[in-house]
Write a protein that binds this ligand. Structure first.
Ligand code: GDP
Length: 311
């Protein structure tokens, strides 16, 4: 039997793609779903029957729910859709599992955005939530409904509270990829300036490939539990920009403008996770450093932009 990985087709659609018949995907620049021999199915997190039909057709032993409207600024402009998709969508998957086969193991992609206005530092599994965006609020719902189905029905459901995880596959709406893409384009003469919002925001950025391993490990344990997955090291957006420009021998201050329109109605100023539980129980540790992560992202964009320029 195969696991199912649910991911969004894009941040603007409620339709999710299920990847089946493959080992846990690992991110790298050469990664593609079809290269892994996956079979693609589609369902919609707003359509209960489509999820039931999907599970009946595939009969997976594990489901990883990574599908969501996951971009924080969009959650302010589309708060109801975000609640339906990112929040209630989790209940629809859980109900489908309960109906089709309650023995299916379920992973919910919870988010450090649930900590929002942080109540302690670093944040661990017992830190109270104080979400600061409709996205964070919807993720908090998804987290608790995952816990609730475990406690109510004895289902094997885990919530992974993952801090920001990045790779060359990250969408350009997120700050890491926006920066790596801009640095590559500026270095190769395709762009002159980079507009950013809050440079003081701090995040605990890790490599998505490391974090996917943690997701998989959670579902291989004897008992379902919730885990924080993080590096434990935070950097500001300013440091991110500095590291990325330095990687190509440029000074960020010559290229970056602060654009007030990119500031959020309520931003999360700092996030830093404590993954001690994952380290002790899962034997998990992040392998890639922040500097290495920024370097592989900038290098991948340099290669992609250069290829596009060659036609
Ligand atoms: P998030 O943590 O899920 O919101 O991930 P993002 O990559 O979208 O944003 C991380 C932080 O970078 C937030 O505090 C943003 O306010 C900050 N930031 C500063 N400038 C930008 C920008 O131009 N785009 C995005 N996406 N974030 C920015």
């Amino acid at each position: 039997m195969a696991p199912i990985w649910l991911s969004s087709c894009s941040s603007k659609t409620t339709r999710c793609t299920a990847w089946c018949a493959a080992p846990a995907p690992r991110a790298s620049s050469g990664w593609s779903i079809s290269a892994l021999g996956c079979i693609l199915h589609q369902a919609d997190l707003l359509d209960q029957l489509s999820i039931v039909t999907l599970l009946n057709a595939v009969r997976p032993h594990e489901v990883y729910n990574l599908a969501a409207q996951s971009f924080v600024p969009t959650s302010f402009s589309q708060p109801l859709l975000t609640a339906e998709f990112t929040g209630l969508g989790v209940t629809r998957v859980l109900e489908a599992i309960r109906l089709v086969d309650p023995k299916i193991r379920f992973y919910q992609a919870s988010s450090s955005e649930m900590f929002g206005r942080v109540q302690e530092e670093p944040q661990n599994e017992s830190t109270p939530f104080w979400p600061r965006s409709p996205y964070g609020v919807a993720k908090a719902y998804g987290h608790w409904i995952t816990v609730n189905y475990r406690e109510s029905y004895g289902m094997f459901t885990c919530s992974g509270i993952l801090f920001n995880h990045e790779s060359p596959l990250r969408g350009k709406e997120f700050v890491t990829r926006k920066v790596s893409d801009a640095v590559a384009r500026i270095k190769l003469g395709q762009q002159s300036r980079l507009q950013l919002g809050n440079l003081d925001a701090q995040r605990d950025w890790g490599f998505a490939g490391d974090y996917v391993e943690a997701m998989w490990l959670m579902l291989q344990q004897d008992a379902p539990e919730d885990y924080v997955i993080a590096t434990g090291i935070k950097h500001s957006v300013r440091e991110l920009v500095d590291t990325a420009f330095r990687h190509v021998g440029l000074d960020w201050q010559d290229y970056v403008d602060v654009d007030q329109s990119l500031m959020r109605p309520a931003d999360v100023s700092t996030l830093c996770g404590d993954a001690s539980k994952a380290r002790m129980r899962l034997g998990w540790t992040p392998k890639m450093s922040f500097a290495e992560l920024v370097a592989i992202m900038v290098d991948a964009d340099l290669e992609r932009v250069a290829r596009a320029m060659r036609g």
